[in-house]
Every structure is written in structure tokens, then in C-alpha cells.
Design a protein around this ligand. Structure first.
Ligand SMILES: Cc1cc2nc3c(=O)[nH]c(=O)nc-3n(C[C@H](O)[C@H](O)[C@H](O)COP(=O)(O)OP(=O)(O)OC[C@H]3O[C@@H](n4cnc5c(N)ncnc54)[C@H](O)[C@@H]3O)c2cc1C
Length: 145
């Protein structure tokens, strides 16, 4: 498509179907244990509940796509006796390794270029070398030794 074709195509070839984002309020209603059925209720052998309104065994909060996915995995593994664990929920917000890896992604995989003259950069890198901080930064591909 060429730029000159855009007005003509916008006027004749594009269809816009207006849609509304669904409300998310139901997810945040107060609840307590027992309000939602367990994914695989006690003694159930051929049915399960999946999705946001089923109670997973994982210590996860609802709302996320991951929660729904976990309930489906939990249901299949448990009912079919599959010997696989449902991926665990972990506190990635507080895990410095996850945060540094995120930083690497945010920077499009580019490492951090330390500012300043070469001699200072080398001095700093030597200081970081062999330290836990250096190892963490290197593992997250933020610096290269
Ligand atoms: C506004 C908004 C923003 C969100 N943002 C995020 C986000 O940033 N990150 C994130 O991880 N999650 C987000 N979520 C949550 C995420 O979208 C949902 O948790 C996820 O889509 C739930 O997936 P699901 O397959 O369990 O259910 P759904 O995607 O709700 O699928 C259920 C399906 O069942 C169909 N259905 C219902 N009743 C029947 C029936 N009787 N017969 C046949 N079919 C039926 C429905 O039409 C629907 O297609 C957001 C949700 C909303 C509403």
C-alpha cells in the first residue's frame, strides 16, 4: 500500500465495527472461601470448573489470563492424572532477577552503556566483577564482561 492510497482506502475499504470494552467489575467483587467452586470439586471425576470464577489451589489472584490458564491446567492434570505441575506463582515484583530481565526487555535487549571515560568504565566494571551485582547484571544481559 502506498501513502497516497490511504484516503481512498480509508473511505471505501475500511470497516469499523465499534465495540465496547467489557466491564471488569465482577472480578473485583468481595468474596470469601466457598463462594466459588474448587476447580476440581471433591470427588468429581469427569468435570471441573475453569476460569476466573473457579477456586484454584494456586495462591494466585484472579483477573489475569494466567489464572484462567492455570485453572485449565489444574483441571486437566488432576482429572487425567497427568504428572505435571501447574507453573507456580512467584513474587516476580520482588525478585530482582525478574526486574533486571524486564529492564533488559524494556531496553530492547540492549545492555547498559556506562557513561564517562573508558578508564572510569573499566574501573567500575572491575569493581562489579566477581560481585553478586555484577553477576545479576550479566545474567540479565545488561552488562557484558
Ligand atoms: C476490561 C478488561 C481488561 C483486562 N485486562 C487484562 C490484562 O491486561 N491482563 C490479563 O491477564 N487479563 C486481563 N483481563 C482479564 C482476562 O481478559 C480474562 O481473565 C480472561 O480473558 C478470561 O479468560 P477465560 O477463557 O477464562 O474466559 P473468557 O475469555 O471470558 O471466555 C469465556 C467464553 O465463554 C463464552 N460463554 C459464556 N457463556 C457461554 C455459554 N453458555 N455457552 C457457550 N459459550 C459461553 C463467552 O462468550 C466467552 O467467549 C481483562 C479483562 C477485562 C474485562
Amino acid at each position: 500500500m502506498r501513502v497516497e492510497e490511504i484516503p481512498e482506502m480509508a473511505a471505501t475499504a475500511a470497516k469499523t465495527v465499534p465495540v465496547m470494552m467489557p466491564y471488569i467489575t465482577a472480578f473485583f467483587m468481595p468474596r470469601q472461601a466457598g463462594d466459588r467452586p474448587d476447580v476440581v470439586p471433591k470427588e468429581a471425576v469427569n468435570f471441573a470448573f475453569i476460569g476466573q470464577f473457579a477456586e484454584s489451589k494456586q495462591p494466585d489472584c484472579i483477573f489475569t489470563i494466567e489464572y484462567s490458564t492455570r485453572t485449565a491446567m489444574e483441571a486437566v492434570y488432576e482429572l487425567l492424572g497427568v504428572e505435571r505441575g501447574v507453573p507456580e506463582v512467584f513474587n516476580s515484583t520482588y525478585d530482582i532477577r525478574s526486574l533486571l530481565h524486564t529492564l533488559n526487555r524494556v531496553r530492547d535487549g540492549q545492555g547498559i552503556a556506562l557513561p564517562g571515560p573508558e578508564i572510569l568504565r573499566k574501573l567500575l566494571m572491575n569493581k562489579l566483577d566477581e560481585t553478586v551485582i555484577g553477576e545479576l547484571l550479566e545474567n540479565a544481559h545488561l552488562i557484558a564482561k
